[in-house]
Design a protein around this ligand. Structure first.
Ligand code: GLN
Length: 304
């Protein structure tokens, strides 16, 4: 039996001693207010046993981690039609790169970079009557937790400074790959990214990706082929131009956000979330990456 609790406790101890903690994102002004010294980790195993250390119950802005959830909802609504509007190739570019420019056909490289996630947001805006409310209850139902909310200050803050996302959405519109108004789609996207969760809530939400599409209450949200595809996308695209490094150091499908969260999973075994708001130059949590490297090395559990 692996002693997950001992390992998480020692990861938290090492993190608390770390001096060089990276830099908190400040291009969304509201995120710049978060204390860089926070660190939390939570792990849930296949039998739903939980282990945690540090500030695992303190909510933070999940940002790009939400892209996996919006993709899941879009797949449930229109299935493989999604892939006509967004590709599935790693970009090797930063999250905010306008990589659809180089393709010159308006099809973003994958749904986990910003232009791809904006196309997914457009699909949800078209499909849903009350997009923000319905997306929020989709997430609450998966997590079995109705206390999960949007952080409206963060959404407002990003709306004021999200110039590059406006550029991406306008570019998509010019290529005919955005059916709704730019403002409406981005309002949805900024709210989606502002979802506020703690590490424990993130592992409850992402449990279904390690459990064949069945959430913690055993309700089916995704088919097995859909889970396979989403996990493949997390592995190849979940960390932008650092996806190779994450596979190399950690060896799990996962997703990061500029709020400093990372969620990762080993199918049939465990789902883990870390939070440390200081980012490395590629926009991924510095201590989160180190923590997960330690976890998979010490437990000898990775997909490889
Ligand atoms: N909302 C952020 C943005 O669009 C998400 C980026 C991220 O978490 N990598 O810039």
């Amino acid at each position: 039996m692996i002693d997950f609790q001992r390992i998480l406790t020692s990861i938290n101890e090492a993190a608390s001693k770390e001096k060089d903690r990276g830099k908190v994102a400040d291009y969304i002004p509201e995120l710049a207010k978060v204390d860089v010294n926070n660190f939390g980790i939570h792990l849930i195993d296949s039998k739903q046993q939980s282990y945690s250390a540090g500030s695992s119950n303190k909510p933070f802005s999940i940002q790009s981690i939400s892209k996996v959830l919006s993709l899941s909802m879009a797949l449930g609504l229109i299935g493989d039609e999604v892939w006509k509007r967004v590709d599935v190739e790693p970009s090797g570019d930063p999250f905010n790169h306008l990589s659809l420019l180089e393709l010159e056909n308006g099809i973003p490289r994958n749904p986990l970079i910003n232009p791809g996630a904006i196309v997914i947001a457009d699909i949800l805006v078209s499909q849903l009557e009350n997009p923000k409310e319905e997306f929020l209850s989709f997430v609450q139902n998966i997590a079995n937790d109705h206390t999960i909310v949007f952080d409206l200050d963060v959404a407002k803050s990003e709306k004021r400074t999200g110039f590059r996302n406006f550029a991406a959405a306008n570019l998509l519109k010019s290529y005919g790959n955005l059916n709704n108004d730019v403002d409406v789609v981005l309002d949805f996207y900024f709210h989606q990214c502002s979802l506020s969760m703690c590490c424990a809530q993130l592992t409850s939400t992402f449990f279904m990706f390690m459990n064949h599409g069945k959430c913690i209450r055993n309700n089916t949200f995704l088919t097995i082929p859909q889970v396979k595809r989403i996990n493949a996308l997390m592995l190849t695209c979940g960390f932008y131009d650092e996806a190779g490094e994450f596979a190399f150091e950690v060896g799990l499908p996962g997703k990061s956000g500029v709020g400093g969260g990372i969620v990762a999973l080993l199918p049939n075994k465990f789902c883990v979330a870390t939070w440390s708001p200081g980012l490395n130059p590629k926009g991924n949590s510095k201590l989160g990456m180190l923590a997960l490297e330690k976890l998979t090395t010490e437990t000898e559990l990775s997909i490889f």
